[in-house]
Unconditional design. Sequence first.
Length: 277
Amino acid sequence: MDFLGDMFNYFFGSDVRSVPYLRVLSNQTKILTVITTEPIPSGRGRKILPNPVEIFCKDNGLNFQYFDKNAKYLDMTRGLCVSFGRIFSENFLQNNNAIYNIHLSLLPSYKGPSPVESIILNNENTAGLTVFKIKKEIDAGDIVYQDSFKVDSSTYASDIYNNCVQSFQTNIGVIIDATEKIVIKSPTVDSTTKKFKKVDFSLDGKTLTEAKKIIRAFDVMGPAFITHKQHIFKIHKYTDEEHNYPIELTDGKLYPSLITPEGKKMMSINDYMRGNL
């Protein structure tokens, strides 16, 4: 394997959206230190479980540390931050001045925690990613790289996430070179996204158009769900082809294609119908 020199040698990340970028870096640099967040109680049982980044590191023999807000990472030439879940203080950035963030929108549009989902919910026709140098203001540093691609009414959030990772992997050399110069100065404030909650994934009481957008928007961070015949069904994907198990919405029928019935594993609608019709 040919390793790229002068690469990002630190990675900051903590959730499932971080892992694909970490995988790209781990395949292209010999020395990589991963900084992630400590496990916290989660779920109904309040179990303390490692996050997806920690699991990936353990599975692949990568060196990782838990984040210390007072740390000085003296051997860091460049750091890459993706979906880290922590805001760096001004003091931390003064001590560690070479950290770049990947944000999954074309800044300054769709700042904040949920750009991909918001792009789909708002019927946008363009998505993309931005690499910028982090400063104390959120999603407001000087931009070094941007890439865009089209989306339409059939695009799922997972499609956008995959396109962003592919863009990063294909153009990583260009991005490294771009960190030596500023392409676009820190953008002015535009739009900001909110942090979505589980209630936002619900299809109960939604129109067919609304339901389809929610399913596509939250196939990564959700999934969408609905109460149907007194049971909760998670809806991962839908089809426009009619079948024998539609779900009635306020103004029409939704035809799911990939579901997780309550208490069962994810399955295709065809597999579900074979056992329930």
